[in-house]
Design a protein around this ligand. Structure first.
Ligand SMILES: [Zn+2]
Length: 408
């Protein structure tokens, strides 16, 4: 299974005049067919789309054949027609429709090399309608080809999925499920400690046993973020997972809550409240040029990055939730004790990745006698390992069943 596959290059993502948070983009935007059109302009081409409301969008070009691609959060195209919208010679053809659930795409075949000179969406302050304007100017074939290439950003590259106008890419999907196991803490950070036992050491042992068990399942490739008593920063753990092409990320922890009767396993996913913060941090980490392919968005970078992060999580967050639910179910089925509140959410930095589902599995509490006994015995850990392996395989089967719907 491959979440991040081969995608068309992206030359520009833009979001102009939108100060509102992404979660406000809910209803379906309708295209005003009377005003919208694609027309030759002196020295180039102009694409004007009038929408009933702003939507996250992006524009990029593809070479061989030369195309301009516009992606939107779902747009209602009813009433729009190719013939009515297309005027002039520089745009040879035009298609639009659903890309996949929640996404729409317009593809304009370019009769000559035209590069994006200017692109923006402005929102009418009085009626809330949006006006998307993309101006293209003539360029050499070499210039076009050079600009059609774009930096790969794994955080959102997978959003592009496939270009429906391009031939199917069989390599877009491999059959290996890469599961990244992240033993919490390590090195100078022992994590929780109780009775001479450290969380870091117990989690490493559990992770190594889980790795062994997962490696025995055909089609699963386990990867560990650390294999020794090493300190690995949280962001580095995500980087390791990303580099490995993670399909799933499981961080293993076992807290100690002295004086409290906390016991049993619980599974954390990222909270909604953390999304914005996580998005901001991600935005900070990206160089403007890295994210925006060199086009000046005059200080809009943070908004753009946040919207993109939110869009990315529209897919990975539900998948992570489904895996967290699967874990709780298999722990329950196999009789591994669960906490009284087994499903939790928290703003945990290690779950910040937008491009693959992430959960934090608190396997138990070192401060609980029964949990500690389970975690420090091979037999006890074997029960946990079995439950996690079962959850991974059941989840993967469910996601594979969903994949054709998502990928369409
Ligand atoms: Zn921990």
């Amino acid at each position: 299974m491959r979440w991040r596959a081969l995608f068309g290059p992206l030359a520009l993502i833009a979001l102009w005049g939108l100060a509102a948070p992404a979660q406000e983009f809910t209803g379906l935007a309708r295209l005003d067919t009377a005003q919208s059109g694609v027309r030759d302009q002196r020295g180039g081409l102009e694409v004007e789309l009038y929408l009933s409301q702003p939507v996250p969008w992006r524009v990029f070009t593809l070479d061989a054949p030369r195309r301009l691609v516009l992606d939107f959060r779902e747009v209602d195209w009813r009433g729009a027609s190719r013939d009515a919208m297309l005027a002039g010679d520089r745009a040879a053809d035009l298609r639009f429709g659903a890309l996949r659930p929640g996404w729409s795409r317009m593809v304009i075949d370019l009769a000559e090399p035209l590069v994006v000179d200017e692109a923006g969406m402005r929102v009418d302050a009085t009626d809330g309608t949006a006006h998307l304007l993309v101006r293209l100017e003539r360029a050499s074939a070499e210039d076009f080809a050079a600009r059609a290439g774009a930096p790969e950003d794994p955080d959102w590259a997978f959003l592009l999925r496939t270009d429906p106008t391009a031939p199917a890419l069989p390599a877009a999907r491999d059959d290996v499920l890469t599961v990244v196991i992240d033993p919490g803490h390590g090195g100078i950070d022992p994590g929780a400690e109780h009775g001479g036992i450290s969380e870091a050491a117990v989690m490493l042992r559990l992770a190594l046993e889980l790795e062994e068990a997962l490696a025995r399942v055909p089609g699963i490739r386990p990867i560990l973020t650390r294999r020794g008593d090493d300190f690995v920063p949280l962001s580095e753990r995500i980087t390791i997972a990303r580099a490995a092409g993670a399909d799933l990320f499981i961080s293993l922890h076992a807290d100690a809550l002295e004086g409290l009767q906390a016991t049993g396993a619980s599974v954390y996913t990222l909270t909604d409240e953390a999304l914005e913060e996580a998005s901001l941090r991600m935005a900070e980490r990206h160089e403007r040029g890295d994210l925006l392919a060199g086009l000046n968005l005059s200080g809009q970078d943070d908004t753009v990055a946040m919207v993109l992060m939110d869009l990315a999580r529209m897919e990975t967050a539900p998948a992570g939730d489904r895996f967290a639910d699967a874990l709780v179910a298999t722990f329950d089925d196999l009789g591994v004790p669960l906490n009284s509140r087994p499903r939790r959410q928290a703003p945990l930095a290690v779950l910040n990745a937008a491009d693959f589902p992430s959960v934090l599995l608190e396997v138990g509490f070192l401060s609980s006698d029964s949990d500690r006994a389970r975690l420090t015995s091979a037999e006890g850990r074997a029960g946990i390992v079995d439950a996690v392996v079962l959850a991974v395989t059941e989840w993967a089967a469910g996601e594979a069943a969903l994949a054709p719907l998502i990928r369409q």
